[in-house]
Design a protein around this ligand. Sequence first.
Ligand SMILES: [Mg+2]
Length: 254
Amino acid sequence: MDKLIDIAKEAIEAIDKRIKKEDKNKFGIEIEIGADGTPTLYIDKVAEEIALDIIGKEANILSEEIGYIDNGKEYIIVLDPIDGTRNAFHGIPFYGISIAIGRKNIEDIEYGIVKNIPTGDVYEAFKDDGAFLNGKRIEVSKDYSDIIYCLTLGESGNEKTWKLVELHTIRAMGAAALEMCLVASGAIHAYFMPKESLRVTDFAAGCLIVREAGGEVYNANGEILNVPLNLNIRSSVLAVASNEILKKLIGGVK
Ligand SMILES: [Mg+2]
């Protein structure tokens, strides 16, 4: 496991370095159709290729563009080479890289790491051993004096998030893994994607980071989020700092 964690960190740093060097005007060029049936953009492809080179055959790989690579290993490295691709190619400085290491399901993820490329912040979690931001332990917010929710709105949202916009303070940031990390670090109190549109590559690392920081992650039906590590599955995601926040959100939706 330690070796795989080192590989994940090495991949993150290599992608980060390369993306910073790249011509940002090329980020949005469509290269091909990915395993998920959506166009693969230049930035996603470059980032994925770097990670695949570094991971090699040390683990099985589940990645956003290439799909599943079975190397006959015990562990799967779940990779979102760029979280928040649209932000990256429009020059909105909120995008990152997300890597998780597990076996079969979201619940058996043992390690997760998410790096915010523009700020350099690194969020990490080790199963049963806590969540960290730049090496310092983090916990979800228990201070409800200024509640902030990150909601998915516009065409990516639906009536469940639209109904919440008048409650508390709202942000919509466009990078699921990083938004989940903001719940974990106590910056915000919830992240909600109401549609079944996110894949395990988007939320595998974020789920562990939120849970290890003392929060919980549900789907839009209020069920604890746990799905197999399979790219064909799409899910809604509701990451919350506490049960109290979950109740406020569900009360606001009804
Ligand atoms: Mg992505």
